[in-house]
Design a protein around this ligand. Structure first.
Ligand SMILES: [Zn+2]
Ligand SMILES: [Zn+2]
Length: 361
């Protein structure tokens, strides 16, 4: 076994969700390293909407937090120790961490759809512990070195950006398409980057928060519709000369938005679903969907997106620092979750630093 220093940690401090709205600091033993495992010093973790949802409600749909859970899956860190057969990264590498540990043996994994693996273990998805911890042990093939000029904070954005990349790829987004992206949370905002990277420059967005719509314009959205002030159908009709958009990507999960998307799309358009609706069943105008021959794509997480995600964030083409608004220590993880939960008007990505805030910025 190779190591960065002679004194390696046996334990890690972690922020643990004990029950809804209650987070406690605990010391946890670190698992020993298998031959392909890597010990990563976690340097930055983004708070995800799903973290906030589990924190607030203790469950998402049928998935519940039954035992104390370490949250956090949007993470980046430093490789400090590597198992005997690790070849993909080396000690001292700064890495983005892909959170989904699929089996890579089942039908879905073999077909390249490892996001659908029935036995996937995904950081912070109960009962699997996540990354609000000083250290985690993670398989080497899910670690992706990042260039020196890309900060750990920005590298955490590869995770939400991956969702948009996967959605655009899965639905076959073509260069030159007109795209409407509904919901300007971190996934919606980074989906603008994904769509632009794949060649769509005419991007419209919707939200209710002026702060979020302003960020969307900075990411390159050409039409930003505040749905409290303007009718989306009318705005889209005007913007596309009555034709409708080629693709709608919904990140809001809002039932009314999903249904209305069928009207906003051109004939033969594509409806791409990312956001989870509050209720499992959503009424849709299927008659119109059939008449317009709309294709609907359910999407879930992502596959093979990290190399492109890192390249896009490192390119300097998008001012993604603007998406990162709040910073907390590991001890203040509860405050970070609370901030993300309550400050929709002024916070976007909230970052937790499990090993303290870096001094260089
Ligand atoms: Zn996430
Ligand atoms: Zn599998």
């Amino acid at each position: 076994m190779k190591a960065l220093t002679s004194e390696l940690p046996q334990k890690t401090k972690a922020a643990v969700l004990m029950k809804p709205m209650q987070v406690a600091m605990e010391e946890r033993a670190l698992a020993g390293l298998g031959p392909h495992d890597v010990l990563v010093k976690v340097m930055a973790v983004g708070v995800c909407g799903s973290d906030v949802h589990y924190y607030e409600h203790g469950r998402i749909g049928r998935k519940a937090v039954e035992n104390p859970l370490i949250q956090g899956h949007e993470c980046a860190g430093l490789v400090v120790q590597a198992g005997a057969e690790v070849t993909q990264v080396k000690i001292g590498d700064r890495v983005a961490i892909e959170p989904g540990m699929s089996c890579f043996r089942c039908e879905y994994c073999k077909a390249g759809k490892y996001n659908l693996c029935p036995s996937v273990r995904f950081l912070s998805s109960p009962p699997v512990d996540g990354a609000f911890a000083e250290y985690i042990v993670h398989p080497d093939h899910l670690l992706f070195p990042i260039p020196d000029h890309l900060s750990y904070e920005e590298a955490t954005l590869v995770e939400p950006l991956s969702v948009g990349i996967h959605a655009c790829r899965r639905a076959g987004l073509e260069a030159g398409s007109t795209v409407l992206i509904a919901g300007m949370g971190p996934v919606g905002l980074t989906a603008i980057i994904a769509a632009r990277a794949l060649g769509a420059e005419n991007i419209a967005v919707t939200d209710v928060e002026p702060f979020r719509l302003g960020l969307a314009a900075e990411m390159g959205a050409k039409l930003c519709v505040n749905v409290l002030e303007r009718d989306t159908a009318e705005a889209i009709a005007q913007w596309t000369g009555g034709r409708g958009v080629d693709m709608v990507i919904d990140t809001s999960g809002h039932a009314g938005v999903i249904d209305s998307s069928i009207e906003w799309l051109k004939r033969g358009g594509k409806l791409v679903l990312i956001g989870f609706p509050a209720a499992e069943k959503v009424p849709l105008n299927l008659t119109l969907l059939l008449q317009k021959e709309i294709a609907m794509y359910g999407t879930f997480r992502y596959t093979n997106t990290y190399p492109l995600g890192i390249e896009l964030l490192a390119s300097g083409r998008f001012d993604t620092k603007k998406l990162i608004t709040d910073f907390y220590s590991l001890e203040d993880t509860a405050l970070a979750l609370e901030r993300a939960r309550t400050n929709k008007k002024g916070s976007m990505k909230v970052i937790v630093y499990p090993n303290g805030k870096p001094s260089n910025d």
